[in-house]
Design a binder for this molecule. Structure first.
Ligand SMILES: *Cc1c(COP(=O)(O)O)cnc(C)c1O
Length: 361
């Protein structure tokens, strides 16, 4: 399973109250990883439930009632040299701060964010809860690789009237994660749902944005596709994103295009990293509008990008009953190269010349 709810024992929690963030680490019920692996289904479920429940937190709050919240997602990756390292946590810290600001919450300090990400991963690892490097992953370019997923998120304080959150919680949990997309299916379809409207929250990693994502993605899966692609809300013409990923098109002209950032597009850290890596390779990379017609006619490769997706090829795109197949349905050369470079850096197989990794172990 891509995202198992198998939270590691150490979590972090902070709350803004009396003008300050007051945080600390919690050690939830656990045994050793080996003992836990040997548990029967029922005992395992009981343990996982106890790890996921916080009896002292308010159930009726601005998040559970009105979806007012934001989150982050980043990974600690097992390193070829045996260590464990987090990919660009400073970028997630900065985006989390922007998201909270965008939701008019008191902003969580960026240094505390990074420190708490490092510490949860480190403390869980010290209890034996982490993923070890496996050299078999190199054979499929880390497509089958596991890692530790770090999920920081906000939760509103107790409240029932529609309101902003002035005393939010910030939580950080860790969970193991493997490949996000099912292998062997990479057809995408343009959805008629609108993910983000101008002057809305599309640029914020807001929980509420994911309602549309979940609906559109489930429609796509039911129709036999792996992914859906959104068009802009106004002209219904320009490509915006995948269901929860940014998107790139490698055109026949040799230009690599990704939609320009605006208030309806989430500024992905994988997106920014790929742009930098592709420019380093000497590619012409454009952040600009790309229409669905241009993409279907001119693209020879297409991939989506995100922490969970890495760089995952889309081998076809269907729109209004028309299907454009990229690279004869095979993973394109540039897509593979970018994926290999990104994964190589992330798993410590290639040198981290940009200092993107923060070592934990
Ligand atoms: C998180 C997210 C992405 C990808 O961001 P990364 O920082 O690369 O993980 C893209 N689109 C949406 C809508 C997202 O929520």
């Amino acid at each position: 399973m891509a995202f198992a709810l198998n939270t590691y024992p150490i979590t972090y929690r902070s709350q803004f109250s009396e003008g300050k963030w007051k945080g600390g680490y919690l050690e939830k019920p656990h045994k050793t990883p080996e003992e836990e692996a040997a548990l029967g289904v029922e005992d395992r479920a009981k343990l996982e439930n106890s790890r996921n429940c916080y009896d002292d937190m308010p159930l009726v709050n601005y998040t559970s009632q009105y979806g007012l919240a934001c989150f982050e997602g980043l990974k600690a990756l097992p390193q070829k040299n045996g260590g464990l390292a987090i990919f660009r946590p400073d970028q997630n810290a900065a985006r989390f701060a922007r998201s909270m600001e965008g939701l008019c919450m008191p902003v969580f300090p960026q240094e505390t964010f990074i420190e708490a990400c490092v510490q949860t991963v480190k403390r869980n690892a010290q209890l034996g809860f982490y993923t070890r490097y496996n050299s078999d992953w190199e054979k499929d370019s880390y497509m089958s690789a596991d890692s530790v997923y770090i999920r920081p998120f906000t939760m509103g304080e107790g409240g029932i009237g529609v309101n902003l959150s002035s005393e939010p919680y910030v939580m950080i949990i860790n969970t193991p994660v493997s490949a996000y997309f099912k292998e062997g299916r990479s057809d995408a379809i343009v959805t008629n749902k609108v993910r983000a409207n101008p002057n809305g929250t599309g640029w914020i990693k807001a929980c509420s944005n994911y309602v549309i994502s979940a609906l559109a993605k489930s429609e796509a899966l039911k129709a036999g596709y792996m992914e859906c692609v959104y068009l802009d809300a106004v002209e219904r013409k320009y490509i915006e994103e995948g269901s929860s990923c940014n998107i790139f098109f490698y055109l026949k002209s040799g230009e690599l295009v990704t939609p320009e950032l605006g208030d309806t597009i989430l500024p992905g850290i994988t997106r920014a990293s790929i742009i930098e890596l592709a420019r380093d390779k000497g590619l012409k990379v454009s952040e600009r509008k790309i229409s669905i017609d241009e993409a279907m006619e001119e693209a020879k490769e297409c991939f989506v990008s995100g922490t969970a997706a890495g760089a995952t090829p889309l081998t076809s795109l269907t729109y209004n009953g028309k299907k454009a197949v990229f690279n004869n349905g095979n993973v394109g050369e540039l897509t593979a190269e970018i994926r290999d470079t990104l994964k190589g850096i992330q798993y410590g197989k290639l040198p981290d010349t940009k200092n993107w990794l923060v070592q934990v172990l």
